[in-house]
Write a protein of this length. Structure first.
Length: 120
């Protein structure tokens, strides 16, 4: 269901503020916003088919996709970004607020890890 608020939200980077004000880190960078995505057969080759608005679920209208995954499909996201100035050589922590049900995370083609189960 589209509303004036949802239409406005889709035009901006959602939730740009630090997610936990009581535990704020000096260095942090949100990756929310538009990502390349592809819904494809499991194990297929990634070919971007459009943009998805993160952090919204692919099924929601706010994601810009609004399509469920079928059992034989997987959803792949890709985001190109640069580290903020001064972060080189520092320990970097990636925080995913919710990944359901399975994920593998790659940076520059190197698999960093994965998860299977409820929310990551």
């Amino acid at each position: 269901m589209s509303t004036v608020w949802s239409e406005d939200a889709a035009m901006h980077i959602p939730l740009p503020e630090y997610p936990r004000p009581q535990l704020e880190r000096r260095r942090w960078h949100s990756l929310n916003g538009r990502w390349d995505y592809s819904i494809m057969p499991k194990g297929g080759e990634f070919e971007p088919e459009g943009k998805i608005l993160v952090p919204f679920a692919v099924e929601s209208s706010l994601s810009g996709v609004q399509r469920p995954l079928l059992p034989d499909e997987e959803l792949v996201y890709r985001k190109d970004f640069r580290l903020p100035a001064g972060w080189e050589g520092q320990r970097i922590l990636l925080n995913f607020e919710a990944v359901d049900y399975e994920c593998r995370c790659f940076i520059n083609g190197i698999e960093l890890g994965g998860h299977r189960g409820g929310y990551l």
